[in-house]
Design a protein around this ligand. Structure first.
Ligand code: SF4
Length: 484
């Protein structure tokens, strides 16, 4: 029988849901019984596209160019990743800050009618001749996919013309998936196909692939590397701030793990199949429970279970008195959390360290991994609303207005305008992970709660664009089929 390869579209895996409005108890039960249904929205407000995740994942690779075969608007979201890349350089001590070499072919009406292949060919040639890169990533878009421009054939043609630049076409057409994490998978599938090519390399005993997305701060990188070095590992930190050499070292590793549970999880499976590299796929190491779980996961793969328990005991002794102090400031406070799949569940575990109560959770997808976390959260919190949504701020403001939490953890734009104290665990500029990160985050949340003046003033002077009647409606009114 022919083995079916993973397509890179996250929806192709069973038991994955991305539009739902329910409660913690209900989603746990229905998932267990296998009666959750895939739903949709009859009205939606924006959706993060997978193309941006494919770009952001690779944007900090040395000596690369990024060619988006798309209309200009598609790369608008890249600004956040560009900002992270620039800040990351400053944190790493760079004196001259670079922008990524991001080029758009500008597919327009004419290209849609007559084809855009010539534009792409010209863009790649100019990019290679101007920058002399070691890698040229060529990104597909909805438009290039719909008109059928063959980015693979163009990459192949130009590869022979420019043998010193590795051409890597990436199929991240936005329409293929509503789950933006599919963009990470599309990028890794191409890295395997065009750079690693299933070639075997000599293994290095203590080498561990540590996969990290753009949003990881330098402080978090150092903390993760410190923790792994205590287990005797040498870390190959990829693909954020790495290089073609580091990518080529991937097959030499003895183990892999990822900082985020929806980043490189599918790729780590492929690495095990193609290169025999075992991996640990657990959680994002934010908060005591998650940090312990993440650490034990990779230690098990490395055969260092005894060593990790000794380290964890010492770390707990060091941080527990400090966590107790933060708990005094935060105990009993009600929280609404919104974030990507990895961070939202990590934040929900983190608030347990401080005795806070979860009242609402908004996250883009739900699957078997999320079910494990929900079972854990249902044991701690009485009940909470669950909104499975990629973006959709109109649902968020409706829920926050009804629940009136003491704190909101997530992108602050909308909750701040309702006067709720806000903070975020997605902080690419400060520590958030490991044993020290949770202390920093706890103090940050407490400081925000004790100083709510800024958001209160914003709420007084800024109005959200929704009518009063919307706040009285069922927040999940526009979810069809599987929703309530
Ligand atoms: S690739 Fe498609 S979904 Fe993504 S930004 Fe472009 S048009 Fe929008």
């Amino acid at each position: 029988m022919v083995k079916v390869k993973y397509s890179g579209v996250r929806e192709s895996r069973s038991n994955r849901y991305n539009d739902l409005g329910t409660s913690g108890r209900e989603i746990e039960e229905k998932f267990k019984k296998g009666c959750l249904k895939r739903a949709d929205r009859s009205f939606a407000q924006g959706l993060q596209c997978q193309q941006i995740n494919s770009m952001a994942a690779l944007m900090s690779l040395e000596d690369s160019v990024f060619i988006s075969h798309s209309p200009q608007g598609c790369v608008g979201c890249a600004i956040m990743a560009v900002d992270m890349y620039r800040v990351g350089q400053i944190h790493r001590g760079e004196k001259i800050i670079k922008n990524p070499r991001l080029i758009v072919t500008n597919i327009d009406q004419k290209s849609v009618v007559f084809g855009g292949e010539n534009k792409l060919r010209e863009a790649v040639k100019k990019a290679v001749e101007r920058y002399n890169p070691r890698i040229a990533f060529i990104y597909a878009s909805c438009a290039s996919g719909i008109i059928g421009d063959d980015i693979d054939a163009i990459a192949l043609d130009l590869q022979s013309e420019y043998p010193d630049t590795v051409m890597v076409p990436i199929h991240c057409e936005g329409f293929k998936s509503k789950i933006c994490a599919s963009g990470f998978d599309a990028a890794f599938i191409s890295i395997n196909k065009y750079i690693l090519k299933k070639e075997k390399t000599e293994k290095q005993d203590n080498l561990v692939n540590l996969f990290a997305p753009t949003t990881i701060s330098y402080a978090d990188q150092k903390e993760m590397e410190r923790m792994l070095s205590l287990l005797g590992a040498e870390v190959n930190y990829i693909p954020f701030y790495s290089s073609l050499e580091k990518i080529k070292r991937i097959p030499a590793a003895t183990a892999s793990t990822s900082i985020c549970k929806v980043f490189a999880d599918e790729f780590m499976k492929t690495l095990e199949e193609d290169y025999g590299i075992p991996y640990s796929h657990t959680v994002m190491p934010i908060g005591i429970r998650n940090t312990d779980k993440w650490y034990r996961g990779i230690a098990k793969v490395l055969g260092k279970e005894k060593e990790v328990e000794e380290i964890i005991t010492k770390e707990h002794e060091r941080i527990e008195p400090l966590v107790a102090r933060i708990r005094e400031r935060l105990h009993g406070k009600r929280v609404f959390i919104c974030g990507g799949t990895g961070r939202s569940f990590a934040a929900a575990a983190l608030i347990d360290d401080f005795g806070m109560e979860l009242v609402g959770l908004e996250t883009p997808t739900y699957d078997e991994d999320a079910q494990v976390d929900i079972e854990y959260l249902n044991n701690i919190h009485k009940n909470f609303v669950v909104d499975i949504a990629n973006m959709q701020p109109f649902e968020q403001v409706n829920l926050i207005n009804k629940l009136r939490p003491d704190a909101f953890i997530g992108v602050p734009e909308w909750a701040a305008k309702l006067g709720v104290p806000t903070t975020h665990v997605l902080d690419g500029k400060r520590p958030t992970m490991g044993y020290d990160g949770l202390l920093y985050l706890g103090n940050k949340i407490a400081d925000q709660l004790e100083n709510p003046g800024f958001n209160k003033k914003i709420a007084k002077h800024v109005k959200l664009p929704y009518k009063e009647s919307w706040y009285k409606e069922n927040a999940f009114k526009y979810i069809t089929e599987g929703g309530n």
